[in-house]
Design a protein around this ligand. Structure first.
Ligand code: PMP
Length: 322
């Protein structure tokens, strides 16, 4: 769908996937006005196809657009575009456990202009691709980045814009070099409060049956999986806390048993138990470092059952497409 200032959104079409033709002076190539979402379509037990909380993705997309001075895309249009694509591609939605059709709605500015200013023309596109599980092992390992931060107060951390990821790639590469699967970012001021991972939020289970996760302070992405798990956990009788979370406290807590479980969560990663955190100065191991904790596993089962239509959807989170 194209946006032109003065005309609004127009010319919606669905085509077979093909390369985009873009002018070398298109503003996205120079000033990075690009935002996106990550969603999944799931095959339900009865053979239907659903998405999960698409309204939340549509709302976050609008918030990202506002932060990046891009065109506002109404929520209904976002959801309708995703629904139409999924309907056409319904045969590609796999049914195996952990499998889904990944959906990538995104917007770029393609005005031909080299002046530094918000563009007046945009393109909103949705592409799809079948995917399996993100991590194949039981527990992942996480590198605590001390050299790089992902976002600063007043910056774009809460928006899902390509630039945030561009800046995180070098830290993710460092994590791989250090033998870890993912990177964990700390806050940019004191370098001690946990923020989030390269493409996931992070949560911990404390020994007082409390699920703790960093508060949304504007520098981390408000994950939809994060929000869903906090609500599911509260339903299950766990206490939940969104607080500033000191990395030193977590390292000490892992050693003393105060912090029992840790996991990453996001649309792609679903819920991925974390076995260990490594930093330049030490290591925090959860359990034996390889076996997922029971609470992590039961939260994951609740979430995936809900997403696959196996659970009573009392919050109306499941959006049926066909
Ligand atoms: N943080 C970052 C940096 C991410 O890229 C993602 C994935 N979108 C998340 C958190 C989790 O968000 P969600 O649960 O909405 O996928």
């Amino acid at each position: 769908i194209r946006y032109t200032e003065g005309q609004g959104w127009h010319d919606a079409k669905i085509t077979a996937r093909r390369p985009l033709s873009i002018d070398p002076a298109a503003s996205v190539l120079h000033y990075g006005q690009e935002i996106f979402e990550g969603m999944k379509a799931y095959r339900t037990e009865d053979g239907g196809v659903v998405t999960f909380r698409p309204d939340a993705n549509a709302r976050r997309f609008r918030a990202s657009a506002e932060r990046m001075a891009m065109a506002d895309l109404p929520e209904e249009l976002f959801i309708e575009a995703v629904d139409q694509l999924v309907k056409i591609d319904a045969a590609w939605v796999p049914s195996g456990e952990g499998q889904s059709l990944y959906l990538r709605p995104f917007m770029i500015s393609d005005e031909v202009a080299l002046g530094v200013k918000p563009a007046s023309e945009y393109l909103f596109i949705v592409i799809a691709c079948p995917v399996g599980t993100y991590f194949s092992k039981g527990c992942v390992s996480v590198w605590v980045s001390e050299d790089y931060t992902r976002a600063a107060p007043g910056g774009t951390g809460f928006a899902k814009c390509g630039g945030n990821y561009a800046g995180s790639l070098v830290a993710q590469a460092e994590a791989y070099r250090m033998g870890c699967d993912q990177v964990l970012f700390l806050d940019s001021r004191e370098r001690r409060f946990i923020e989030e991972m390269g493409g996931m939020n992070v949560m911990f289970l404390r020994d007082d049956n409390t699920l703790v996760t960093p508060a949304l302070t504007g520098t981390i992405l408000p994950g939809i999986t994060r929000d869903s798990l906090l609500k599911i956990a509260a339903d299950k009788g766990l206490k939940v806390e969104e607080i500033p979370l000191d990395i030193n406290e977590v390292f000490e807590g892992a050693a003393s048993g105060r912090y029992r479980e840790a996991f990453a969560c996001g649309t792609a990663a679903v819920l991925s138990p974390i076995g260990r955190f490594k930093s330049p100065t030490g290591e925090a191991v959860f359990g034996d470092g390889e076996t997922p904790g029971p609470v992590s596993l039961s939260l994951k089962a609740e979430l995936t059952d809900l997403q696959r239509g196996r659970h009573n959807d009392s919050r109306d989170w499941v959006h049926r497409i066909c």
